[in-house]
Design a protein. Structure first.
Length: 158
């Protein structure tokens, strides 16, 4: 194979891989890599304080509608499950137990979605038969939604 054919082949491969992830997804992956790098070498106590500060700073940067939801979720989650530790996960607020993310918030603006998301990962004890929800769309939080979220978080960490 000559050099021209090799160059054409590598260009095609590059184009295919760039379609696999959106710009927003690539940015989130880069943020996650930075989070992991920043966490290396920190003491656990310093990491906990730094992580919460980073979460609050990220919430403060959000667009108004996302920020309001994230602030209320942060308050509900930390009040309901004080043993969950706030941390950034893919550049978004998340709450972990024993180093594993139990639940997370995804801002609508992050991926140009019409709604924000509250999601739960495998460590969450939400199992209910053979099928159960692990993510919830959020457009606003009323007292009723906050009560439901508190119950879900309490169940997730039980």
């Amino acid at each position: 194979m000559n050099d021209t054919q090799k160059a054409a082949k590598s260009t095609t491969a590059t184009k295919k891989s760039s379609v696999a992830f959106t710009d927003e997804e690539r940015a989130a992956m880069k943020e996650r890599a930075q989070e992991v790098k920043a966490a290396k070498g920190r003491s656990r106590a310093a990491g906990k304080a730094d992580d919460e500060s980073a979460v609050l700073a990220k919430i403060a940067e959000m667009a108004n509608s996302d920020r309001v939801l994230a602030e209320r979720l942060h308050a509900v989650i930390t009040a309901t499950a004080p043993d969950l530790l706030p941390k950034l996960w893919y550049g978004m607020p998340a709450y972990a137990k024993d180093g594993k993310v139990v639940c997370f918030f995804q801002a609508a603006a992050k991926f140009k979605s019409r709604y924000a998301t509250l999601g739960f990962n495998d460590p969450a004890n939400l199992d209910d038969g053979a099928m159960w929800p692990t993510a919830f769309a959020l457009t606003e939080l009323t007292a009723a939604e906050e009560k439901k979220i508190a119950a879900l978080v309490k169940r997730a960490v039980s």
